[in-house]
Write a protein that binds this ligand. Structure first.
Ligand code: ZN
Length: 124
């Protein structure tokens, strides 16, 4: 009997060889149970799952624009808009992230641990 229904995401095994191969790419490196447990420092090209392994709620990371704002994308199918993480190492998610924040607009795709910019506005 399955303990939970979550399918295995490719890359989730996080093996040493795989980590070494992709260490420079964007990847999910941790899981915390709730938003209050999100680390202050996540690190460049690193992301954190929030939620239980059976039910991810958020993927949290610092925006790749480097202007110091944090991004949380929703992974909970009960809420919208909804993102999907199809691979954690290197990170692949869809759809694109389109953030409007104090620093401007940050619109990009994350595919195989690489950021593909659609639009990045200048701040102020
Ligand atoms: Zn940004």
């Amino acid at each position: 009997m399955h303990r939970h229904r979550r399918r295995n995401v490719p890359g989730a095994e996080l093996g040493f060889v795989r980590r070494l191969r992709y260490w420079r790419r964007w990847q999910v490196t941790a899981r915390v149970p709730s938003v209050v447990d999100i680390p202050v420092r996540i690190g460049r090209r690193r992301a954190v799952f929030v939620g239980s392994p059976a039910r991810d709620k958020w993927l949290v990371f610092d925006c790749p624009c480097g202007r110091g704002h944090r991004v949380m994308v929703n992974l909970d199918p009960g809420n919208r808009p909804l993102w999907q993480v199809s691979m954690v190492l290197p990170l692949t998610m869809s759809p694109s992230v389109d953030e409007h924040s104090d620093v401007g607009r940050c619109h990009y795709l994350v595919r195989e641990g690489r950021v593909l910019w659609v639009e990045k506005s200048e701040s102020r």
